[in-house]
Ligand binder design. Sequence first.
Ligand SMILES: C[S@@+](CC[C@H](N)C(=O)[O-])C[C@H]1O[C@@H](n2cnc3c(N)ncnc32)[C@H](O)[C@@H]1O
Length: 267
Amino acid sequence: MYDSNITLSREKRIASMLSEFQLEFIEDEIPVEEEISLLVQESRLSLIDPGLDKRAQVHIDFTGGATDHRRRFGGGKSQTLAKAVGLDQKKGLSVVDATAGLAADSFVMACLGANVLMLERSPVLALMISEGLCSAAQLAEDSDHELSNIIGRMQFLHVDATDWLTKQKNDSLDIVYLDPMFPERKKKAAVKKEMQLLQSLLEPSLEQEPLRETEERNLLEQAIRTSYHRAVVKRPRHAPTLGGEKPGYSLEGKSTRFDIYPKRTIG
Ligand SMILES: C[S@@+](CC[C@H](N)C(=O)[O-])C[C@H]1O[C@@H](n2cnc3c(N)ncnc32)[C@H](O)[C@@H]1O
């Protein structure tokens, strides 16, 4: 769905991304209840579920809001994420964020000096990430040199991460970062509305659970095999380890835990 006030060049760019990611644009369609839609607004793309609370919208916006706030006041290298990945020790590390999602963690890592390659398999999120990067690059070009450099360190591929990693050589990537899961369904009542929206877009049905476990094991196996320094897995704080694989050590944040599978020291 398009809002008014969209420039022709942006409309064209989004149309070409829709075809790249094999998504369909339904002109003048009134959003159907329970049907998740993408709303193209003047300043951003929003994922909405007309059946849910109107405030339950999901955006990727590298130029404002929570992302910008974290860039300015997030705590830099003292953040648990920085320590988990090793960005407190070395600035120019290359990180493959194999489950990019809303690219929030990728953006933080790029802010901390990492060169980040984002992988994401969902076509809807692929479109949101690509458009988020294009909009931010355009906006920052003349007015925000620092943001322009951060966006310049972020690259994106619309692929399945296990497939892509399988094609990479042993020890060929500095760091491989995984955050494959939104928090457990059981806690649904407590999960924020935005989370529900993403869960209904991305999470497999319960019958697919056994397949998901095998997928997660394969993904972690590939992340460990291809990383040079370490593979890092972000988990909800009390969740079991990914694929039941014991990490070398863990770092705990407020609600999350980072499981680290170390191979070689950084420095
Ligand atoms: C919890 S979200 C990641 C959130 C992200 N860390 C952030 O900061 O926004 C998990 C994402 O991983 C993606 N994903 C899971 N398995 C994947 C795979 N094998 N290949 C590519 N993407 C995958 C899902 O589509 C989802 O968007």
